[in-house]
Ligand binder design. Sequence first.
Ligand SMILES: NC(=O)C1=CN([C@@H]2O[C@H](COP(=O)(O)OP(=O)(O)OC[C@H]3O[C@@H](n4cnc5c(N)ncnc54)[C@H](O)[C@@H]3O)[C@@H](O)[C@H]2O)[C@@H](O)CC1
Ligand SMILES: Nc1ncnc2c1ncn2[C@@H]1O[C@H](COP(=O)(O)OP(=O)(O)O)[C@@H](O)[C@H]1O
Ligand SMILES: [K+]
Length: 509
Amino acid sequence: MKILSAPQIRQADAYTIEHEPIASIDLMERASNAFVDYFTRLFGTKNKILICCGTGNNGGDGLAIARLLSSMNYEVAVLVVRPNKEAPGSADFEINYRLLPGIIPLTEINDNTQVPEKFNTDIIIDAIFGSGLSRPVEGLYAFVIRAINQSQAEVVSVDIASGLFCDTIAAEGPIVTPHMTISFQLPKLAFLLPENDPFVGEWKVVDIGLSSDFIADQKSKSHYVSSSDIKKMLRRREKYSHKGTFGRALLIGGSYGKIGAIVLSSRACLRSGAGLLITHVPQCGYEVLQTAVPECMVTTDASFEYISELPTIQNYQAIGIGPGLGVQEMSLKALRELLKDVKNPMVIDADAINLIAQNDDLIDLLPANTILTPHPKEFERLAGPWENDLERLDLQREFSKKHEVLIVLKGAHTSVSTPEGRVYFNSTGNPGMATAGSGDVLTGILTGLLSRGYSARKAAILGVYMHGLAGDLAAEKLGEESLIASDIIDYLPHAFTSVSAEKYLIKKK
Ligand SMILES: NC(=O)C1=CN([C@@H]2O[C@H](COP(=O)(O)OP(=O)(O)OC[C@H]3O[C@@H](n4cnc5c(N)ncnc54)[C@H](O)[C@@H]3O)[C@@H](O)[C@H]2O)[C@@H](O)CC1
Ligand SMILES: Nc1ncnc2c1ncn2[C@@H]1O[C@H](COP(=O)(O)OP(=O)(O)O)[C@@H](O)[C@H]1O
Ligand SMILES: [K+]
């Protein structure tokens, strides 16, 4: 799913109005209905609702939402914020203003002195500004937004929190801090930047039928990965396939006290479809691996505690290195040798990333399209510091372009950047996955998918999605608090089957 900028969203509205064709006021009605449809699934009629409206089209949505909710027996009141009494609202705002039934209490605020310290209501629907915000909020609007934020009510923003820009980090000036945002058609970049979290809350995108042709034609460097994107990527296992068809994977890692990391990667790799897995560990890991993962073959290093040398690395479709590796001099030597010899894209994680960050010569040895999976601290070691999340995103894109690698920057909404400068934000995963070893599981999944024959770009996007989905399915059953990395592996089969089920049905028809 593409992420469009505010000007592109405006053009999509205009294109849809002209080419569907649909009257602008009817598109607003459709958007308001979509909002109400989702809102009424969450909140019952017992709640007192105050709808705070600006006088643009976001405010027009607010008025239509008021009318629709009132017709469904919700107790609704409307507040219109209009600093200049004489200034008319947008055309569609004015139409909806005239359509507002008399039974809905309507207050207009023109002056700071009329703003209560806080609003006494159960729910506030915030429809002051949407994607048309053009400058930071001040004056009367700022007073109203502060009062909204001070109220005890649940706040739900229409399209985007008033005061938040669609395409960047939070500006100066007050911004609504909603519990939830119900947004139209496509996610906004602002929803995916961690520092905007207080101004987004939970968010849900509802379809308002904007032209899919127009959206398909738009250029966008940012994408939000949805389940339908993933379904298109998934491959079937063909009838006459054999284990060789699905590739030989090699995982390298583990050290004394950190063998568990490479055990997790190995199990996850096999659960992601690799035909054959060889794991290379220091001698101290031999019995652990053979016991914990009987399906994998194990080769041992000359060193008891650390990786110090390479196994034969020919004939592998995919190599993953890093989990539990440590940053010993001898492991650095082995990594340098590996990077000099390998030609295919690899997966580089954890201490292998740290070693690359500490040794300038290594980055240029990486085969094109190699996948690096840093968490933010590891990425900072690689690429240097940033001032804010938008700068971090730019840094990520630039790093990928400059070094021709994929960066999987981990966290909520993990972002995958490609050498072409595109970024794919993940839509699965939960805070239960912030637990030791879940990154090691991801490395195993990515190595498995590469060996299985997916391109590096597809392996990265699909692997991150499946890892998050397995985490979500695990959390559904076990809760987030107790989730551990092994649970993610245990739920990987459910993740794959839940996404692929529909595809098989289509094939059978
Ligand atoms: N036909 C359409 O264009 C549709 C628009 N929709 C709604 O319309 C919204 C966008 O509406 P608009 O483009 O009218 O813009 P907004 O309603 O977001 O803002 C209204 C106007 O306020 C002014 N403004 C911006 N920043 C300001 C500030 N800091 N202080 C004071 N005034 C400021 C601008 O002139 C802006 O046009 C969307 O977010 C969505 O809610 C939906 O109804 C879907 C259809
Ligand atoms: N709040 C969160 N929401 C979603 N996913 C998360 C969250 N926190 C962590 N994760 C995921 O868990 C994994 C953690 O990886 P990492 O930090 O490398 O852990 P470790 O080094 O312990 O294995 C990443 O894939 C990350 O995206
Ligand atoms: K809003």
